[in-house]
Design a protein around this ligand. Structure first.
Ligand SMILES: Nc1ncnc2c1ncn2[C@@H]1O[C@H](COP(=O)(O)OP(=O)(O)O)[C@@H](O)[C@H]1O
Ligand SMILES: O=C(CO)[C@@H](O)[C@H](O)COP(=O)(O)O
Length: 572
C-alpha cells in the first residue's frame, strides 16, 4: 500500500538504455516506479539504437543530450499518472552512466536558472544550452592515442592507476576531453562548463550547474585520489594549448560530501509538477557507485551488475590500485573505496548469442537461452575426459582486456593444460553457456586480490554475491555465477529487479536529508534496511566440486586472453 503521509525520496538512474525513477519513504519501502526506455519510447525521434549512436569508422559512441532532457519530463509525467505525491518528495538524488561528458554553453547556465513551466526541458534547453548536442558514451573506443599520453604522463600506467584509481581507459573523461578539444577546438572554446552525466542530471533538477561528486569524478583519469584534488599534469595534457586554467573553469568544483543538500529544487519542477519548494537536491553519482548504495554492503560481499555493462563491485577500506581494475572513492563514506571491474560486452553480447538460438515461443525471450545454458554441463564437458570449452565473445572492443572486437573459442584439458584454439565448430548451445562462463571467469580471475577465505576451511571467494541489473532476473545466469564465483552464503538478487542503481540513489537522498550529525550512510541505512524484504536468494553459491573445476582452468583462461592480446599486436 503506498504511504499516505510523511516524506518521500526520489532516486534516478540515467543509464545507457533507460531513465529509471523510484520513489521510497523514510523506511526504505518502494512506493512508485517509472521508466523511459530510450529505444522503445524515443528512438523514432532520436534515431538511436540501444540508447546510442555509433560511428564505427572512428570507434565513437555517443548519445543525444536532448533525448535525456525529454526523458526527464516523460518519466515525471509517468510518475504523475501513477498519482505520485510530488509535494511530499523532500529529497532527490540519483546516478548517471559513468564517464560521459556534457558540454554546456554560458547561456545554458543562464537558461537552467530561468526555465518556464509552460514549456518542456527539451524545448527550452536543446537549442542553446549545449555547445555540443552529443555526450560521448562509455562504450566509445576512439581515444587510444590520448590514453597512451595519459598512461605516459606520470611515468607509467601503474603510476596513473596509483594516482587516479585507474590506468587510462578509452571511456574515461580526461582522454575524452583531450580528443574532443583536438577534434572540436571551437566547440571546446564555446564550452562554459563540462559535466558528467551524473552532474548533468543533478544540474537539471538544481537549476544551476552542479559540482562533480567525489566518487564519479574518479572515472575521469583527472582526479588525484590520494591528494584529493585535480591532478595538474593530467589536466594539462587534457587542456592542450588552451591551458589548464580554462579547463579548471569548465570543470568547476568537486563536492566531497556525498550527502546534504546542494540547494532546493528548480522552480521549473515546483511549477510544472507540484514538487515541494523545499525539496533538497543531493549530489548525484555514477551508476556503479550508486549501485553499491542499494544495500549495506559488507566487506567481502560483492555485487555483480548485469546491465548493458557487466560490473563487479566491492566496498573496501584498503586503497590497492592496479592497472587491471578500478578504484573509486566511496560515494558517501570517506575512507572507504569502491573496487570495480567493468566490461563493455555485457547484456548486449549475451543478447547476440541468445539471438543465434531458436526464438522463444513463450513470453520470456530468454527461455531457450536459459534451457540450453542450464542443460549444457560446465565448460561443455559431458565427461571429465572431454576438452573444456573456453570462449571470448566481444561484439564491441573490450575494456578488460583492452582488445579488439571478435569471438575466440579455445579448448584445454580439465587440468588447464593443452590450451589450443578450437578446431571444431561449436553449437549455439555451447556458446550460450560459454559466454556467461567466460564473463564470470574473468571476474574471478581479476578479483582474486580482493577476496580471502570468508570462513574456516573455505577457499578465497566472496561471502555473499548480490546480483542486480536486467540480467539478475535470469536464473541460468545466476546459477553460473554461483558455480564459477562461489559465495559461501549464496547468491542473492536485490528484489527491485533492474532498479538497484536508482534505489541506491533514493537511499542516498534519504541519508542526505535525514542523517543526524556525523551519522554515516551505512549506519542510517543499515538500521532501516530489511534484508528479508529487499533480497531473494537465487542460488546456493559455492559448490566445492564445480568451483574447483573452474579454478583448474582459470590459468588457461588467462593464457587464452594473453594469446588473443598477442594477436592484437599482430593485428595493429
Ligand atoms: N531475463 C533476462 N535475462 C538476461 N538478460 C536480461 C534479462 N532481462 C533484461 N536483460 C538484459 O538487461 C540489460 C538491461 O539491463 P539494465 O540494468 O536495465 O541496463 P542499463 O542499466 O545498462 O540500462 C539488457 O541488455 C537486457 O539484455
Ligand atoms: O563504464 C562503466 C563503468 O566504468 C559502465 O558501467 C557505465 O557506467 C554505464 O553502465 P550501464 O549502467 O549503462 O550498464
Amino acid at each position: 500500500m503506498p504511504s499516505t503521509s510523511g516524506p518521500l525520496y526520489l532516486g534516478f538512474d540515467l543509464s545507457t538504455q533507460q531513465l529509471k525513477a523510484i520513489v521510497i519513504s523514510s523506511d526504505l519501502r518502494v512506493h512508485y516506479e517509472a521508466k523511459v526506455d530510450f529505444d522503445a519510447d524515443l528512438s523514432s525521434k532520436y534515431g538511436i539504437k540501444k540508447g546510442v549512436h555509433v560511428n564505427e569508422a572512428e570507434r565513437e559512441v555517443y548519445a543525444p543530450v536532448a533525448m535525456w532532457l525529454e526523458a526527464v519530463d516523460l518519466v515525471l509525467q509517468r510518475l504523475k499518472e501513477k498519482n505520485t505525491p510530488f509535494d511530499r518528495v523532500m529529497g532527490i538524488s540519483g546516478a548517471g552512466q559513468q564517464h560521459g561528458s556534457v558540454y554546456w554553453t554560458k547561456q545554458g547556465e543562464e537558461l537552467l536558472g530561468g526555465l518556464k513551466t509552460g514549456e518542456t526541458l527539451v524545448q527550452q534547453l536543446s537549442e542553446m544550452a549545449f555547445a555540443h548536442p552529443w555526450s560521448p558514451n562509455w562504450q566509445d573506443a576512439s581515444t587510444q592515442k590520448e590514453c597512451d599520453s595519459f598512461d605516459a604522463e606520470l611515468g607509467s600506467e601503474n603510476a596513473l592507476a596509483d594516482a587516479t584509481g585507474s590506468k587510462a581507459h578509452h571511456r574515461f573523461t580526461g582522454p575524452q576531453i583531450m580528443r574532443f578539444h583536438k577534434k572540436h577546438p571551437d566547440v571546446y572554446r564555446a564550452t562554459s562548463r563540462i559535466t558528467l552525466v551524473s552532474s548533468f542530471l543533478a544540474s537539471v533538477f538544481l537549476g544551476s550547474i552542479a559540482p562533480f561528486d567525489i566518487s564519479d569524478v574518479c572515472g575521469m583519469n583527472l582526479w588525484d585520489i590520494r591528494a584529493g584534488k585535480w591532478s595538474e599534469p593530467l589536466l594539462k595534457i587534457a587542456a592542450g594549448e588552451d591551458g589548464i586554467e580554462s579547463l579548471k573553469e569548465k570543470l568547476g568544483e568537486v563536492r566531497e560530501d556525498g550527502g546534504g543538500s546542494m540547494g532546493a529544487i528548480s522552480q521549473y519542477f515546483v511549477g510544472r509538477y507540484g514538487f515541494n519548494a523545499n525539496c533538497a537536491i543531493a549530489p548525484f553519482t555514477g551508476d556503479n557507485p550508486s549501485t553499491i548504495l542499494a544495500l549495506p554492503l559488507r566487506p567481502l560481499d560483492a555485487i555483480v551488475s548485469l546491465g548493458t555493462s557487466t560490473t563487479f563491485l566491492m566496498s573496501t577500506p584498503n586503497y590497492v590500485p592496479d592497472p587491471s581494475y578500478h578504484f573509486f572513492n566511496h560515494p558517501t563514506t570517506a575512507g572507504l573505496y569502491m573496487f570495480m571491474l567493468c566490461y563493455k560486452n555485457g547484456g548486449l553480447a549475451r543478447e547476440r548469442i541468445r539471438d543465434t538460438l531458436p526464438k522463444s515461443t513463450t513470453a520470456d525471450p530468454w527461455a531457450v537461452f536459459n534451457k540450453v545454458a542450464s542443460e549444457t554441463p560446465p565448460l561443455g564437458q559431458k565427461t571429465n575426459s572431454d576438452l573444456a570449452k573456453l570462449g571470448l565473445y566481444f561484439p564491441l572492443p573490450e575494456i578488460v582486456p583492452n582488445v579488439r572486437a571478435g569471438t575466440w573459442r579455445y579448448t584445454c584439458k580439465s587440468d588447464g593444460t593443452g590450451l589450443s584454439e578450437s578446431k571444431e565448430s561449436w553449437s549455439s548451445d555451447d556458446d550460450a553457456r560459454a559466454i556467461v562462463e567466460s564473463q564470470v571467469l574473468s571476474l574471478r580471475l581479476r578479483s582474486q586480490k580482493l577476496v580471502h577465505s570468508p570462513e574456516e576451511g573455505m577457499p578465497p571467494q566472496p561471502r555473499r554475491i548480490y546480483v542486480v541489473g536486467g540480467g539478475s532476473l535470469n536464473p541460468a545466469i545466476t546459477r553460473i555465477i554461483g558455480d564459477v564465483l562461489g559465495g559461501t552464503e549464496g547468491v542473492y538478487r536485490l528484489d527491485v529487479g533492474g532498479n538497484a542503481c536508482a534505489l541506491g540513489g533514493a537511499y542516498k537522498a534519504v541519508w542526505a536529508v535525514e542523517r543526524k550529525e556525523g551519522e554515516s550512510f551505512e549506519q542510517l541505512i543499515g538500521q532501516r534496511w530489511n534484508e528479508e524484504e529487499a533480497t531473494v536468494k537465487v542460488d546456493e553459491g559455492y559448490r566445492k566440486d564445480v568451483w574447483g573445476a573452474y579454478g583448474k582452468v582459470l590459468g588457461a583462461f588467462e593464457e587464452m586472453e594473453q594469446k588473443v592480446l598477442a594477436g592484437e599486436e599482430r593485428n595493429q
